[in-house]
Design a protein around this ligand. Structure first.
Ligand SMILES: Cc1ncc(COP(=O)(O)O)c(C=O)c1O
Length: 441
């Protein structure tokens, strides 16, 4: 596979699988196109009809080291020959210990930490939520508008991304308060950065005062770059300021790095861009390079569970742990942090030019290879171009580019971090053409 090629646009086999999927699978899959993955390598995925697509989503920010990386594949196969599962929370195995040691050493903060392994991002957040309540013995949680932390009840209660996610699921976990994030393109306070002096971060002091932080608020959870809300990068000092409020008021600071972790933003963890040291970090997605795994990394002093107070069956799975160790090693050896940074700057330059030229592109923002492009009907009113976004995504797909929507009117540019620069350019070219075509009506 060298590049995207649509040789069979009718996609009979892919369409047949989509029809069968809809009969028997209870997902709410929402992409408006029939992408069926059959084989993949690097940043390219082929379907059963022989079409080849360039994936700008990394299968939802998971394939940071690319599909089918030989080192990851070898680690999985070697481990599968020996032992696949050995109840990581009930018995012991060396692989999860090695991985925990690695995570403790690479996550921000040179202090003792401990890790809890699970199977997904939502579970890593559930663990953080329970730990925060248990450790502080306080009930309330602070979170942000736009936040997405997962679909289980605790994680969903911390989220405020789309109304649809919560429709008919109440009652949720009580005592969660959402405050505005630093979404400068659509500031909740109608202010402008930097003259706002980061009012959204300052306002937390007021919230903490009104809610008696010392008695009531267990933790604040934040995505260092908001993911599902539209890849929203806060101003440089935002996170440090909210961390400082947490420290002053005795509130634990949880960073949800499920989507931003593992070099996606140009550093191993996005918190490192902002100089913050979270008490708890939640991880998943790219952690095990495509095998299911979640991890909650906490300051050791905070992780004061009673024996047996939190557990699961599959956490610390040996296959996932082997894949994770191999994937982190690839990130380090190939210096994918620097690469994400360089390629991100290159992509941002082209996308900013697109913004200047196209009436539909309202905002382009990003950190490393976590880039959001927001489409609007009118740059003055910023009315969301929801239907146009969908048409752009379908047009790009028809030309071999997988784009995943994010927010209501944005797309994410999040290819594998080791993508070839020529492929990256090719993908951006397909996106530019799709935007031009939809803008032309
Ligand atoms: C920041 C963040 N946290 C948590 C989750 C939930 O992860 P999972 O879908 O693995 O439960 C996601 C998923 O997109 C996410 O982006």
């Amino acid at each position: 596979m060298k590049g995207p090629v649509i040789s069979n646009p009718a996609r009979p086999k892919a369409n047949a699988i989509v029809q069968r999927h809809k009969q028997v699978i209870m997902t709410s899959t929402m992409v408006p196109y029939p992408i069926v993955g059959e084989c993949a390598e690097g940043a390219l995925v082929s379907d059963p009809d022989g079409n080849v697509y360039l994936d700008f989503s990394s299968a939802v920010a998971v394939m940071n080291v690319g599909y089918n990386h030989p080192d990851v594949k070898k680690a999985i196969l070697d481990q599968a020959e020996r032992l696949v599962h050995f109840a990581g929370n009930d018995y012991y195995n060396a692989r999860q210990v090695e991985l925990a040691e690695k995570l403790v050493s690479i996550t921000p903060g040179d202090f003792p930490k401990q890790v809890f392994f699970s199977n997904s991002g939502a579970e890593s957040v559930e663990c953080a939520f329970k730990l925060a309540r248990r450790h502080t013995k306080k009930p309330c949680m602070l979170s942000f508008l736009g936040a997405f932390h997962g679909r289980t009840f605790g994680a969903l209660s911390l989220s405020a991304c789309q109304a649809l996610h919560k429709k008919h699921f109440s009652p949720l976990v009580p005592q969660v308060l959402h405050v505005p994030y630093a979404y400068c393109y659509r500031c909740a306070y109608d202010l402008e950065y930097p003259s706002c002096d980061l009012w959204c971060a300052k306002y937390l002091d007021e919230v903490a005062l009104r809610y008696s932080a010392s008695e009531d608020i267990a933790a604040l959870i934040a995505e260092p770059v908001q993911g599902e809300a539209g890849y929203i990068v806060p101003p440089q000092k935002f996170l440090a300021q909210i961390e400082s409020t947490c420290r002053k008021k005795g509130i634990l600071f949880i960073a949800d790095e499920v989507q931003t972790g593992f070099a996606r933003t140009g550093k191993m963890f996005a918190s490192q861009h902002f100089g913050v040291y979270p008490d708890i970090i939640t991880l998943s997605k790219a952690l095990a390079a495509g095998l299911p795994m979640g991890a909650t990394v906490s300051r050791a002093e905070t992780a004061d569970w009673d024996e047996g107070s939190h557990s699961n069956t599959m956490g610390g799975n040996l296959l996932s742990a082997a894949a994770a160790l191999a994937s982190i090693s690839v990130i380090e050896k190939m210096n994918l942090c620097d690469r994400a940074q360089e390629l991100g700057e290159h992509a941002m330059k082209r996308l900013r030019e697109l913004k200047d030229e196209s009436r539909l592109v309202g905002d382009v923002r990003g950190l490393g290879l976590m880039i959001g492009v927001e489409f609007v009907k009118d740059k003055g009113t910023k009315e969301r171009a929801i239907e146009e976004t969908e048409r752009i995504i379908v047009e790009a797909f028809n030309n071999g580019l997988i784009l995943l929507p994010v927010g209501l009117n944005c797309v994410r540019i999040a290819p594998p971090l080791n993508i070839d620069i020529s492929l990256l350019d090719q993908g951006i070219g397909i996106l530019e053409n799709a935007v031009d075509k939809v803008a032309a009506g």
